[in-house]
Design a protein around this ligand. Structure first.
Ligand SMILES: *[C@@H]1O[C@H](CO)[C@@H](O)[C@H](O)[C@H]1NC(C)=O
Ligand SMILES: *[C@@H]1O[C@H](CO)[C@@H](O)[C@H](O)[C@H]1NC(C)=O
Ligand SMILES: *[C@@H]1O[C@H](CO)[C@@H](O)[C@H](O)[C@H]1NC(C)=O
Ligand SMILES: *[C@@H]1O[C@H](CO)[C@@H](O)[C@H](O)[C@H]1NC(C)=O
Ligand SMILES: *[C@@H]1O[C@H](CO)[C@@H](O)[C@H](O)[C@H]1NC(C)=O
Ligand SMILES: *[C@@H]1O[C@H](CO)[C@@H](O)[C@H](O)[C@H]1NC(C)=O
Length: 359
């Protein structure tokens, strides 16, 4: 026996369950929440930025294949890298091919094609060190502009590729036997800073490739380069190593040499270095969240010395601001800039960046 009341109650409960619930209210704010995002790049700023990133993806693709082609398995073995490590490098090349397809699709039919490159190494250890540095400025070069892109939809896709590149950078540090990530924050640099570094390694491009729109600053070199210390370390590949001796120490003297502007650089020498800065006064160190200046001393025409900054990101016993593979430039002034207005530093760059391998 069942009562109509019970049936009625059941029916009501069923109706209540199947009635469309109103969605929880969406918090106000947010950008780029369109229903139909378009990943096509339209603004000049986005095109020029992603064009730079595509050229970076291409060199990585070529570089990873190149090192697998030029060194023998025995040479890799002597550097502590076995067949499985080499497969990982091959897989990283595949990732780069995927990134190049993604960025080309976003840029459309005028997207750049692969170029020819020149590499500064002749041993496995030097090659791994170069990969670690190239992926560092590839990664930091994108962080510098990612949050400034007009199109948030394509920024999302670019983020999803650069996150993979960040992992590659760390693997190369591990292959080199270094501490994998001696920082709290991965730093960003401007497009012009990234292009100044990247253009040194591109020798020739197809004539139809869109021109890179960013500035090339005069070259900067570290005369007493701490990289030599990294390359001399008797360490083997590992997930992590505590280095018994840090590569550099806060306060140590750093000697810098730079070029005059007006030099033909980049693919086919089609680019020219320029500066809008006045005379050299400071070294600017870009690392973690910090843009730190140290005064230059003993300044002659194209040579000066300075001291590695002392200080931690959030005060004593946090991360030293200078650690990892970081960037140093010569500037004519010490404007207060932060990660989101770093491009205001471009006008003050006399030369650089150079890569400084501190830890
Ligand atoms: C130059 O790059 C193109 C495209 O990647 C490649 O096919 C060609 O072999 C390269 N030439 C040299 C000399 O490396
Ligand atoms: C760099 O970081 C590592 C790991 O945290 C630390 O052991 C080392 O002392 C740091 N280097 C400098 C120069 O402070
Ligand atoms: C690694 O370095 C840290 C920081 O200098 C230190 O506290 C720790 O004891 C070291 N560990 C080993 C196993 O060497
Ligand atoms: C100053 O620079 C000159 C080279 O221009 C160098 O020979 C000299 O050792 C430097 N002095 C100091 C204190 O670094
Ligand atoms: C580094 O940046 C952080 C965050 O902006 C700031 O709090 C800190 O004072 C800076 N450290 C130095 C040594 O400039
Ligand atoms: C950059 O932004 C910071 C705030 O984050 C501000 O204090 C600083 O004045 C700005 N720099 C310039 C050159 O305007």
């Amino acid at each position: 026996m069942f009562s109509f009341a019970a049936v009625g109650a059941l029916l009501c409960a069923t109706l209540a369950l199947s009635a469309p619930a109103s969605p929880p209210s969406t918090p106000q704010g947010g950008v780029g929440l369109e229903q139909f995002p378009s990943y096509t790049i339209t603004s000049d700023f986005d095109f020029a930025s992603v064009n730079l990133a595509l050229n970076q993806e291409y060199i990585e693709l070529d570089l990873f294949h190149h090192i697998l082609a030029v060194f023998s398995e025995d040479e890799f073995k002597a550097a502590g890298l076995d067949a499985e490590d080499l497969f990982l490098i091959e897989y990283m090349a595949d990732q780069e091919a995927g990134h190049a397809i993604l960025l080309s699709n976003m840029l459309g039919p005028t997207a750049a094609k692969q170029c020819n490159y020149t590499y500064p190494f002749d041993s496995v250890r030097d090659a791994i060190d170069f990969c670690q540095k190239l992926t560092r400025f590839g990664e930091s070069g994108v962080y510098g502009f990612l949050e400034h892109l007009d199109n948030r939809a394509s920024a999302e896709l670019l983020l999803q590729s650069i996150t993979t590149e960040a992992r590659q950078q760390m693997v190369f540090r591990q292959f080199e036997g270094l501490f994998p990530m001696p920082v709290y924050f991965e730093t960003g640099i401007t497009q012009s800073m990234a292009w100044t570094l990247l253009s040194q390694y591109i020798s020739h491009c197809p004539a139809e490739n869109p021109r890179i729109q960013w500035q090339n600053f005069p070259g900067l070199y570290i005369a007493n380069d701490p990289t030599q210390g990294a390359l001399a370390l008797e360490v083997t590949p590992a997930i992590t190593h505590n280095l018994s001796v840090p590569l550099t120490t806060p306060g140590q003297q750093v000697d810098l040499i730079w070029e005059d502007s007006g030099k033909a650089v980049g693919p086919d020498g089609l680019y020219t270095t320029t500066t809008t800065a006045g005379g050299p006064k400071y070294a600017a160190w870009i690392a973690q969240l910090n843009i730190t200046y140290t005064p230059l001393f003993n300044i002659t025409h194209n040579f000066a010395s300075t001291h590695q900054p002392i200080g931690d990101v959030f005060g004593p016993n946090t991360a030293p601001i200078v650690n990892d593979t970081i960037f140093v430039l010569i500037t004519d002034d010490n404007p207060h800039v932060t990660p989101a207005n770093l491009s205001l530093l471009n006008a003050h760059v006399v030369a650089g960046p150079a890569i400084y391998q501190a830890g």
